[in-house]
Unconditional design. Structure first.
Ligand code: ADE
Length: 232
């Protein structure tokens, strides 16, 4: 791979990756700092996109236009949508969709973006398989799952909203950027993978759990992201 783009929505999610980089140069665009350099022997661009789908899409487009990245990885945390997926575990994307896209009034199914040919955006299968393999090596104490990730401009912290998302889309976890990165990567024909560690159960305890488990979850994600880069 020539150059890998690595996006984290929040500084906490990319801070330790940035610390480990060498030969760093930094450029600012759209309020984001694009830090280019070497990480585990690979040319990478690490950037904090900010939270939410618009920030994530803008960030991915800049990685495509200005850095011609060959792949985009997104590392971060998420709320679990499945009882078998516990806090600390990792979900890698099989596909991503926007749970808050709703054009049902025009006869589209929920999540479907009008006049686009696909409901969800498929992540790169090779990257997903590599992530599953590497995760078992670097995070042996947790479980790794491959499945659908549902994204929306909403922190999900109620049982009702969670149940609705699960029943409608059947996702494995919920977060706020993955589908925007996936859509932007799809439009630019760039392979992508979303890597998320679970910080909460996206229910009424989500805000408390999130603050308690955020740090540990990020550690698992960073371990995996570093191991992935080495093999890409
Ligand atoms: N990121 C981490 N937990 C989340 C949740 N419950 N909803 C949306 N994004 C999240």
């Amino acid at each position: 791979m020539h150059r890998i783009g690595i996006i984290g929505a929040m500084e906490e999610e990319i801070a330790s990756l940035k610390e480990k980089m060498e030969q760093v140069t930094c450029k600012k665009k759209a309020g984001m700092e694009f830090q280019e350099g070497i990480l585990r022997g690979k040319q990478v661009v690490v950037v904090r996109s900010g939270i939410g789908k618009v920030n994530a899409a803008v960030c991915t487009q800049i990685l495509a236009d200005d850095y011609q990245v060959d792949a985009v990885l997104n590392t971060g945390i998420a709320g679990s949508l499945n009882n078998e997926i516990n806090i600390g575990d990792i979900v890698v994307s099989q596909d991503v969709l926007q749970h808050d896209m709703d054009a049902t009034g025009f006869g589209y199914e929920r999540g479907q973006i009008p006049r686009m040919e696909t409901l969800s955006f498929a992540a790169d299968e090779e990257l997903a398989d590599l992530a599953q393999k590497k995760c078992k090596e670097v995070n042996p104490d947790i479980s790794v799952f491959k499945g659908r990730i549902a994204s929306g401009d909403q922190f999900v912290s109620s049982k009702e909203v969670k149940t609705d998302i699960v029943e409608t889309f059947g996702g494995f976890c919920v977060e706020m950027e993955g589908a925007a990165i996936g859509q932007a990567a799809y439009l630019n024909q760039i392979p992508f993978l979303i890597i998320r560690a679970i910080s909460d159960k996206a229910d009424d305890s989500a805000t408390v759990d999130y603050s308690t488990f955020e740090k540990k979850a990020i550690e698992h994600c960073v371990n995996l992201t570093l191991a992935m880069i080495e093999e890409m």
